[in-house]
Design a protein around this ligand. Sequence first.
Ligand SMILES: [Zn+2]
Length: 347
Amino acid sequence: MNDALVETPTDADLRSSSMAKWMSFLDEQLSPGVAVDAIGAVRLLRRFTLTGPSESVSTLLRRAIASLGIAVSDEGACENEGAIRFSNPERLLFVNFVPTLSVGAASAQRRQFVVAHELGHAIAWSLAAHPCSRAAFGSRVVTEYDCERFCNDFASEILVPNPVRRKISWPRTQLLLRDTSQIGGLPGTTAPTSDLTFWHLRALAAAHGVSIRMMISVLHRHAMLGDASAGVAVMRVVPNRQTGREIGLRIWQASCPIWGFIPTNKRAKRLGFSAAGSIFDTIASFESAHHREQLTVWEQQQQRQPRWCKRMLDTVCEYTAVDTNGEGRFIVATWQWPHATTDEKCN
Ligand SMILES: [Zn+2]
């Protein structure tokens, strides 16, 4: 999914009549110089496809693909991933439909996420190319990371829309885990605790009919993580892009409270997840292990001016391994992350 997003449209792209209709629609809808965020982009897509919020995710995706003139193929993408190419006049959307067993989720969920994410790339491309939004969007979505973030937020907005996201709260999530009947008697559910655990995430994902990684993406900067004073990271062994050699456990995805962050793509060990590697190698899928860690996190300090600073956080990580058919093996870490008080040291 690390595809080039903000690239110059070719003549073939501009000649595509479906995309031309979308671009003319943007002419009417966009205010010059105003940046469109992921929520706004989904709103535009709903208007363009005449799809109301009560209609299903699959209806929206189907209409969007048809009205943007995107062809779908199951060739040319890695298993469970997607890619979108813009230079091809046939504008092929490559999606591999090989079923995967992700946590508490059928392959259909992964497929919906991949299609929604790749659609996000098409929308990002059009916003970056449109004269009304080019500058504002371009200054917001600068790096590949920004672009992937935009597409993940776009997919979140399609799969778990903002009004639904707003209803997610820490007290409700705790109740959800208590009422196991609501999550269909998933195996391995532990007793409720006062700390956010993998099982809370799993219960939330099941309740919203999305994959656990989608739910973790939805929770990034969500008030719930602040109320639970918790952080979440997903780690996996990432091969080097050039050599293909495995280079150790890295942070693949993270969800942080609004006042903090940990960088993704860094080696887990470097951020203080010291036991993650050995736990990753030894525990079975859906098993959890706990380890006291000193994590490196960044927090926003409200002094005279808000600024990000590094903090060493002593905490206990709960590590849970997850094996999936499509996405392989990964490990989910959750930890208690109370916001530093103002007199705590900050570098
Ligand atoms: Zn992508």
